[in-house]
Design a protein around this ligand. Structure first.
Ligand code: HEC
Ligand code: HEC
Ligand code: HEC
Ligand code: HEC
Length: 267
């Protein structure tokens, strides 16, 4: 009996000691060995809650190992991700690292609201108005590391930033010039009319007249109104192998089109 009381007292003492130790050391170490010693605390790279010995609590908002690569200096996988963001021109629709068009949600804010796993899932299985880039899983992991690294460099975005308006696909959609003349082959997000077009024979033209669209006109040149006009008049005069047929537009129709394509982006 006395022995049991003593044991209980000892246990209580031990528990108290552990709780106060939580303040000075990370309880992650009660289950994990130290690694990357000298490069910061566990939670500096992985988030999580260092004050609990219970896995579910300790792992809250955990950044798993594969998404924590961006925390390492000059990490090659993160560099691959940064290149993919450029190559696929994600900024034609998203603000990333403070730069890009606001045609869709800011990915700087998404990295705060969503877990790395959720971000990866959004890229692997994109929603209706986001192109499917058919990336391999390792490429998606690289991109998520890049998003986290860019976001980490940014000050928190102002809360009252206007969000994109999402338009009903039904209603008046489909009767604008883009939907009629370009929509059978192209899709795009626009500031004025939301998501337009249904086809995917040609590229997604979101932000085509902005600096965040690929410089794909010719010889690494970016698109502008004059070049778009020349392209529409005769694509093969620009690229000999172009599959797109000429689209004849009157001056008024072309001005109308420019009004639909225009975006006010973030530099
Ligand atoms: C109670 C024990 C326990 C504690 C405390 C704990 N972990 Fe874990 N952790 C585990 C186990 C077990 C795994 C193996 C995967 C799983 O079961 O989730 C794991 C996996 C991980 C992984 C790898 C996940 C992946 O998929 O790459 C990381 C990173 C991690 N823990 C970080 C932490 C950090 C940081 C802390 C402290 C904030 C912590 N853990 C606290 C038990 C623990
Ligand atoms: C400088 C950043 C950094 C620090 C500090 C750090 N980690 Fe990691 N951790 C990583 C990275 C990056 C990975 C991915 C795989 C790798 O490079 O080892 C990882 C992977 C892991 C894994 C998965 C390992 C596996 O083999 O699957 C666990 C568990 C983990 N870390 C736990 C911890 C714990 C616990 C601490 C604190 C002692 C800690 N990490 C400190 C960056 C860090
Ligand atoms: C044509 C426009 C467009 C392009 C280009 C685009 N996206 Fe998206 N993306 C969207 C839309 C639309 C959504 C859905 C936003 C919503 O939930 O309202 C989205 C959502 C996301 C989400 C989820 C955000 C969240 O809040 O959960 C991620 C992550 C994402 N995109 C990453 C990317 C990456 C990485 C690229 C480049 C490889 C990319 N996107 C290119 C349109 C685009
Ligand atoms: C019948 C299908 C079709 C229609 C209609 C069409 N396009 Fe295209 N477009 C394409 C195809 C296919 C490509 C891919 C490049 C190529 O091989 O021609 C393309 C490429 C483009 C490009 C080059 C994009 C890049 O990054 O290389 C632009 C700009 C463009 N179209 C604008 C328009 C506009 C604006 C309209 C409407 C006024 C339109 N297109 C109507 C099929 C079409």
């Amino acid at each position: 009996m006395v022995a049991r009381l003593l044991t209980t007292a000892l246990l209580i003492l031990l528990a108290g000691a552990t709780a106060s130790a939580a303040l000075s050391r990370q309880l992650c170490l009660s289950c994990h060995p130290v690694h990357y010693a000298g490069q910061g605390s566990c939670t500096a790279c992985h988030r999580g809650n260092p004050a609990s010995e219970r896995k579910n609590i300790a792992h809250q908002q955990l950044i798993a190992g594969r998404y924590a690569r961006f925390t390492l200096a000059n990490d090659p996988l993160t560099r691959v991700g940064v290149r993919l963001l450029e190559q696929y021109a994600c900024r034609r629709c998203h603000v990333i690292g403070g730069k890009g068009n606001r045609l869709s949600v800011s990915l700087d804010q998404a990295t705060v609201r969503r877990s790395p796993g959720e971000l990866a899932a959004s890229i692997l299985r994109p929603v209706q108005n986001m192109p499917d880039f058919h990336m391999k899983e390792t490429q998606v992991t690289a991109v998520v590391n890049a998003l986290l690294s860019d976001a980490a460099l940014q000050p928190p975005a102002p809360a009252a930033r206007p969000q994109v308006v999402h338009f009903d696909q039904a209603g008046s959609a489909g009767r604008d010039l883009f939907s009629i003349k370009c929509g059978p082959c192209h899709q795009m997000l626009t500031e004025r009319l939301g998501a337009l077009g249904r086809g995917d024979a040609g590229p997604n033209l979101s932000g085509v007249l902005s600096p965040f669209y690929p410089k794909s006109f010719k010889d690494d040149e970016e698109w502008n109104a004059g070049r778009l006009r020349r392209w529409l008049d005769n694509p093969r005069a620009i690229r000999a192998a172009a599959r797109m047929r000429p689209v004849k537009l009157s001056e008024a129709e072309f001005r109308d089109l420019l009004g639909i394509l225009g975006v006010g982006n973030v530099k």
